[in-house]
Design a protein around this ligand. Sequence first.
Ligand SMILES: Cc1ncc(C[n+]2csc(CCOP(=O)(O)OP(=O)(O)O)c2C)c(N)n1
Length: 321
Amino acid sequence: MYYFVRLARAVDERMWALQRSGQAAFVISGQGHEGAQVGVVSALDREKDWLVPFYRSVAAVLVKGMPPAEIFLIQLSKATDPSSGGRQMPGHYGHSGHKILSTSSPVTTQLLHADGIAYAAKVRRTGEICVTEVGEGSTSEGDFHEALNFAAIHKLGVVFVVENNGYAISVPVAKQMAVPNVSARAVGYGMPGVTVDGSHVLEVYAAAREAVARARRGEGPTLLEVKVPRLTAHSSDDRQEKYRSADEIAHTKEQDSVHVFTEELRAWGVLSEAREAEIADRVRRDVDLGTEIAEAAPVVDPATATRYVYYEHDTPPGRGR
Ligand SMILES: Cc1ncc(C[n+]2csc(CCOP(=O)(O)OP(=O)(O)O)c2C)c(N)n1
């Protein structure tokens, strides 16, 4: 888990470097969300279960099975990008081989897709369950209500993970909802609602395990809210200094799960200096190798831009890998 928390941060930082050096068009960052996502996805059966991510799901897709190179292929819009062959915006992670559903740009629609996957699994009796991630601002969309209502009625095996980072672009959470926690809404749908502090990876893992076990037993969905800091601006096109004070941004950094988890593991005596250096080294090598692979990959041919909009008989990019 610690390796993935550190890997996700390093991959994210490299994404920004690729954007700032003019190679990538756009970055939407998962910094601050790492601990929450590693905790949640570690509770899944990674071969069997499904992940329906959102644009901050860097850590989640890494844990689910995508190597760093594939994240950079998406970021650089390369032809071998497994999500869409360079056809989607960066951040739209998908990988059919790893059971990661590619999502679309309108926020919250993915929750309904997660319902569909879980409904199909129930009808087919496959035992697969589905985790989906969304931001707290997105829970103001009607799709959120429809997805939770439907999942609860049909006792679907879905875990709805709300990564509450306090902002929807520049809109603070108090302007999105009149309750302090998104999880309070769960009772209105007839499912358990839990709020966990996303700075503590193992607390998230424990809550996710419970939600996953409940889904697996056929008892239905859970609304799992994880409070996380948003360590960067909304995206590379945004300047958060315009709507957040310097004090608030500094305080946010104290909640960084990379830092908190490191301190916890050291205090518990399970992370020696030597082991930490070894993990940092492995992360550096994996990120460098991933970058090299993606940079060397062929760019997508603009002449193919209109392909795969509708079903085609050949294998679309990334299919089955
Ligand atoms: C249906 C829809 N409305 C608006 C947008 C524009 N938009 C993109 S991200 C975003 C903010 C979402 O905030 P939140 O759900 O809190 O997630 P966060 O980005 O903070 O992680 C908005 C409004 C969109 N993509 N789709």
